[in-house]
Design a protein around this ligand. Structure first.
Ligand SMILES: [Zn+2]
Length: 451
């Protein structure tokens, strides 16, 4: 691995830096003065900027939405956009999610992979490039955001208040680079009539709902309900009877919304079991018709795909809303379609007497030519450092900062077949992979400085 001798001596410092960030439970909070996404993400940003400043970079805090560490000179900016916010840790960890714990070759902790580890790797890559003393005709700016997981309001703020980035990457996807990201569409399904007494599941829109608690009147037999639940891929469930009602506690499997089939949706399979057990209900039927368990958008007129992959659909949260139950829908649609088409395809399926679906927002996909300077430079950096010649840049379900910061694509930090449990309990990172990130980013920065 090229640059190995440079990165090896940095391991302890990198670990200490990572711990300084992981200790913050920087999930999105309530907006406050000087903390648009909550107190803790803002405090984590302060810490990261303090750390960068101690490492000798010039820093700037952009109204607590995001900040940056910078080096180099010139008008143009090579932007590296990492995020400091996290998705909630959730239950079931083997270690404290807010302490970096090393077990053998792996580090554990919320954010060690997504994306605090990547922010640290990027910062140390900048340090190494600076110490090489190469001429920098461009500035290299590490952008540190605080709202990636909940809509990237931080980078939207940068886009309207900061200097445009000439080119760069976000270390928040996969190696060896992502030159296309599917378009994103968010919807909310709302019930009109239902006999379901309560239903609550999931905690973020961009992850598969992995736990759901539902209460229905005890109108069907408990055996039938348990039999129907047992026939689903749910990881576990309980049915308890109280005051003439059944409480169903269903445990699914979390996964990122862009790969919903890697998870098991606790809400969807609860709905399916209710129907299979003979619980006839408008909300259940509308949910199954429009969302269902297939994750392919078939129920809402969106079963489409292209050379780069199919559309995916995910329900992340179910909760009681003002008018009835509300279910969030996160859709990633193929890069060769556009927002107007998505609206047109879905429109005929959005309402009937049982329920309705509100289309909240549809963003356009991202697509850079495979042979563009940016994609080629990053791929070359990857290949030179790792020696790999087989992996190809890819098109994914997306939703990274690249869709909010013009000029950048996602590049690392996960391996295409990596299994770091991002957004799941026991998130981890291989120390060797982390060092490789630093080395690849060193070469990437050098290449972008020359490009
Ligand atoms: Zn991320």
């Amino acid at each position: 691995m090229k640059y190995r001798e440079l990165v090896e001596p940095l391991e302890q410092d990198m670990l200490a830096s990572l711990q300084r960030l992981v200790k913050y439970n920087s999930r999105k909070g309530e907006p406050e003065e000087n903390a648009p996404f909550g107190k803790v993400p803002a405090a984590c940003l302060d810490e990261a900027l303090q750390m960068a400043s101690e490492m000798g970079f010039s820093t700037h805090n952009l109204d607590h939405y995001c900040g940056w560490a910078e080096m180099g000179e010139g008008e143009e900016i090579i932007g590296i956009a990492a995020h400091l916010d996290i998705v909630p840790a959730g239950d079931g960890w083997d270690t404290d999610p807010f302490t970096v714990v090393r077990k053998g070759d792996r580090l554990y902790g919320r954010g060690v992979s997504d994306d605090k580890g990547a922010a640290v790797a990027s910062l140390y890559a900048m340090k190494l490039v600076r110490e090489m003393g190469v001429p920098m005709k461009r500035r290299v700016r590490l952008l540190l955001g605080t709202d990636e997981e909940c809509g990237s309001g931080c980078m939207e703020y940068y886009r309207t208040h900061g200097e445009p980035v000439t080119m760069g990457f976000t270390p928040d996807g996969n190696f060896p680079g992502i030159y296309g990201e599917k378009g994103h569409c968010s919807m909310v399904l709302k019930s009109k009539n239902t006999r379901i007494l309560s239903m609550e599941g999931g905690f973020v829109t961009n992850a598969v709902c992995d736990h759901c608690v539902t209460k229905i009147p005890a109108e069907v037999s408990k055996e039938a309900l348990e039999k129907a639940l047992a026939a689903t891929p749910l990881k576990g469930f309980t049915v308890t009877e109280e005051d003439g009602a059944f409480v169903i506690d269903a445990q699914g499997v979390a996964a990122h919304a862009s790969t919903p089939l890697l998870g098991v949706n606790a809400a969807s399979y609860t709905m399916k079991a209710l129907k299979d057990a003979g619980f006839e209900d408008d909300f259940v039927n509308f949910y199954l018709d429009r969302i269902g368990t297939g994750c392919d958008g078939d129920g809402i007129g969106l079963k489409i795909s292209d050379d780069y992959g199919p559309l995916t659909l995910n329900n992340g949260i179910v909760r009681k809303g003002e008018e009835g139950f509300e279910c969030t829908i996160d859709i990633r649609y193929p890069v060769t379609f556009n927002a107007a088409q998505i609206r047109a395809f879905a429109e005929p399926f959005t309402e009937d007497e049982r329920g309705k679906v509100d289309i909240l927002a549809v963003s356009e996909p991202l697509f850079y030519p495979r042979d563009s300077v940016l994609v080629e430079s990053l791929l070359a950096a990857w290949r030179e450092v790792t020696g790999d010649t087989e992996l190809e840049p890819m098109v994914i379900g997306g939703g990274t900062y690249a869709q909010h910061v013009p000029g950048i694509i996602a590049f690392g930090c996960e391996m295409p077949d990596g299994d770091n449990h991002i957004h799941d309990r026991n998130e981890s990172l291989l120390v060797e992979e982390w060092k490789m990130q630093v080395c690849v980013y060193v070469e990437a920065i050098l290449k972008l400085l020359e490009a």
